[in-house]
Design a binder for this molecule. Sequence first.
Ligand code: KG4
Ligand code: ZN
Length: 340
Amino acid sequence: MAILSLMLVLGIESSCDETSVAVVKDQELLSNVIASQDDVHAQFGGVVPELAGRRHIEVVFDVAREALKQAGVKLDQVEGVAVTRGPGLVVCLVVGMGFAKSISWARKIPLIGVNHLEGHLFSILLEDKNLEFPFIGLVASGGHTILCLVNEFGDYQVLGQTLDDAAGEALDKAAKVLGLGYPGGREIDRVSKQGNARAVEFPIAFTRHGELDYSFSGLKTALLRYVKDHPESKDHLADVAASFQEAVVEALTKKAVSASDKSGVKRFVLSGGVAANARLRKAFEKISRKRGISLFIPSLRLCTDNAGMIALVGEEKLSRGMWDDLSLDARATLSLENWK
Ligand code: KG4
Ligand code: ZN
């Protein structure tokens, strides 16, 4: 893919529960340090925003120091600082934003606000440059499930999205119902490998609003009902988890295939934390092979939240002369379509 970047950019990501700082130069990842907060949130079974924000402020300097060290660069060599502007938890975003602004101000280098979803869409470019436009992108994470047509850098058309829970949120809630560990999506993935995905028939997410939209709240209710009506289900948790996961996987793959059929675009990018799911990766590989679709899925570390993807998009924006001033805000919601 021909994009223009040729800069050394520091990326900062703090939209949820990962504090990450990365260094990217000419679209190559020089470092990508990620400090997970699983230990902070495990006892609550989900991310507690205020605790997440507090942990970000504690560790962000160490994470940045380590990212520079691993990249073998000094702060005064950095030409731009890219930071996640949104969507995300504001109490978390402002930590990364404040940190980025202080670097931008002290070093007099451009500050570049980046849409987190755009980061997920392009993270694959950090390890595979063969991706071409247009492509269908599916970002499935704890906060989002968005299917979009990417015509070119900055030109995005949202084709469908979740009307209620995000795919990762559904998996996390299911893990909680089943008494599995934290983070839930990863646990469901692990446990399901021993289970029979056809053991329980859960409804595939169906929505009337738009054919390419998703809805996962009905599935969650179906699971709650199933567990209540089948107390013996705790003896075959792996089967229940695998069946639930299968319903999520089927919804995600079916809509992506419909988007490809409708648009005639035969290139898929799958990204976001849920794209780390082994069964989902396999299902996309199978259907893509069958349909002659070129499939791009980042390695696990680039699927989940990381600053490398933010630095990559930041570098691209910077090389196009697009940056922000120090009054840039942080946004809980930020549409992909109103790009600037
Ligand atoms: O992209 P991400 O790191 O953060 C957000 O932007 O939300 O995604 C986190 C989500 C969580 O819901 C987590 O449970 C899910 O991704 N996740 C997984 C796996 N690893 C992380 N879901 C299914 N299988 C996995 N292996
Ligand atoms: Zn994310």
